[in-house]
Design a protein around this ligand. Structure first.
Ligand code: PM9
Length: 461
């Protein structure tokens, strides 16, 4: 098929009408929500780009799978379907279902992080829930992404790569016994949805093997990462996404997975691994936190949806459309002169709030202020990935100021059309034209953990 004929690789069978609100209504709603977009009713959002997590439109095949849900407490057939899908797509022997990704993180860290002083978990960049779970276990999350990841305009094809020199240096400085595991987050959500190359995955794996440290992949967006490898990495153009995905996981001891992203599911997750003894250990915590090992936190029908989603997400016509839509939005914003993180990542376009609102210092939360302004302008909900999300340093109590201050416009999978993306571009352009008028924010309520979800703010001045 000619390139210009390639439109969305699906037909839309069911629609959900969108509600339009007035500017006055949005002003009132923002006030009621304490200027925290997580606290808005979703009906009051016109285009919802808060997250790509749990927001995918399921396929007819996934809906049909729901009818085959066998809600058995033990030994559900859907668990076995999930197990074979994980084996086929990722190559792992053992699967522990969990209700979502962070539950898999909780089980993994509870098992591997010993209760002793000074433990470090190394990652290219921790996502917020991963960071919070590491800290909850008393360990320190350390980000070892290459410095180039913090340059918003550096056009590197694999900006999510871990700095392997930093990794080896850190292991040698602190000692192997203080590092229970190393993780790579693919794609790197906190760094702009940037992919990690197979060369880097292989190199990190080799270092971990050399020092006998378990190596896990945070696999939320593994198929999108595999697609970037196919498109960008030398030697992979001729390989299928499924082959690349298998190769990625072949270098790891296991993975945590939020199936709400590249599982194309609305809920679900799992921990997958190869080592039988470790599987026994994680099962114990799985039963305590999530449920019997053949359902974890999931209903049979949800496991079926994930099993089918894992295979579907590797389809290359789907990935071409999926990544293409995100690139389309990014290209239009760049064309309009809007500062964004470059190159555009896999699941979202990230506005660069530092360059967008240079008049706001970081302690006035420019990312949050920009997200609020965009909702007010066009009913579009993004999410701050900046100082509010980063939280406070548990030792000093100070804001843990991140290098990048961003608003993420995450695109739900198979939900919005390119016309919706045009509407987003128009609204962002209008906010940019009157950017000097955007005011900073201060907390009126700040919860101690994962504060961004429930905090409340008020505008300054
Ligand atoms: N990510 C996201 O929107 C959902 C929570 S914040 C609105 O990006 C990574 C890389 C993630 C992630 C969730 C999780 C946790 C782990 N790793 O949300 O618990 O991006 O299924 O997954 C969100 P769960």
């Amino acid at each position: 098929m000619k390139q210009e004929y390639l439109a969305e690789p699906f037909r839309i069978k069911m629609v959900e009408p969108l509600v339009l609100t007035t500017r006055e209504e949005r002003e009132r709603l923002l006030q009621e929500a304490g200027y925290n977009l997580f606290l808005l009713p979703s009906e009051a959002v016109y285009i919802d780009l808060l997250t790509d997590s749990g927001t995918a439109a399921m396929s007819d095949n996934q809906w049909a799978g729901m009818m085959l849900g066998d809600e058995a407490y033990a030994g559900s057939r859907n668990f076995h379907h999930l197990q074979s899908a994980v084996k086929e797509v990722m190559g792992f022997e053992y699967v522990l279902p969990t209700h979502q990704g962070r539950a898999a993180e909780n089980i993994l860290f509870t098992t591997l992080v010993q209760n002793q002083k000074e433990q470090y978990i190394l990652n290219n960049m921790h996502f917020d829930t991963t960071k919070a779970h590491v800290q909850h276990k008393g360990a320190k999350p350390v980000d070892l992404v290459r410095d180039i990841a913090f340059d918003p305009v550096a056009r590197d094809p694999f900006k999510g790569n871990m700095d392997t020199e930093k990794l080896e240096g850190f292991i040698q400085e602190k000692g192997v016994e203080k590092i229970p595991l190393v993780m790579l987050t693919i794609t790197c959500n906190s760094g702009g949805g940037q992919p990690v190359s197979l060369a880097n995955i292989k190199a990190v794996s080799a270092i971990c093997k050399k020092y006998g440290i378990p190596f896990f992949i945070d696999a939320c967006r593994f198929a999108e990462n595999a697609y970037f490898i196919q498109q960008r990495e030398e030697g992979y153009a001729g390989k299928s996404v499924s082959e690349i995905a298998k190769e990625i996981f072949s270098y790891a001891d296991g993975c945590t997975m939020s199936a709400k992203k590249d599982g194309l599911a609305n809920i679900g997750g799992f921990l997958a691994l190869n080592d039988e003894e470790l599987y026994r250990q994680v099962q114990v915590w799985g039963v305590l936190f999530e449920g019997f090992p053949t359902y974890g936190g999931m209903a049979g029908r949800d496991m079926e949806v994930v099993a089918r989603g894992l295979r579907e997400v590797c389809r290359e016509d789907y990935l071409r459309y999926r990544i293409g839509q995100v690139q389309y939005l990014g290209a239009k914003l760049l064309e309009a002169g809007i500062p964004i993180i470059e190159p555009v990542g896999g699941h979202a376009v990230y506005l660069d709030a530092k360059r967008f609102l240079p008049h706001l210092p970081q302690d006035q939360f420019p990312g949050q202020a920009l997200a609020v302004a965009l909702y007010l302008e066009g009913g579009i909900r993004g999410v701050e990935i900046g100082t509010v999300l980063a939280g406070r340093d548990p030792e000093t109590g100070e804001h843990d100021y991140p290098n990048l201050e961003m608003v993420r416009l995450a695109i739900p999978r198979r939900v919005y059309t390119h016309r919706h993306m045009d509407a987003v571009v128009a609204a962002v352009k209008n906010v940019y034209q009157k950017r000097e008028q955007v005011k900073g924010l201060r907390f009126t309520y700040e919860p101690p953990v994962l504060r961004h979800f429930t905090a409340r703010f008020e505008p300054l001045g």
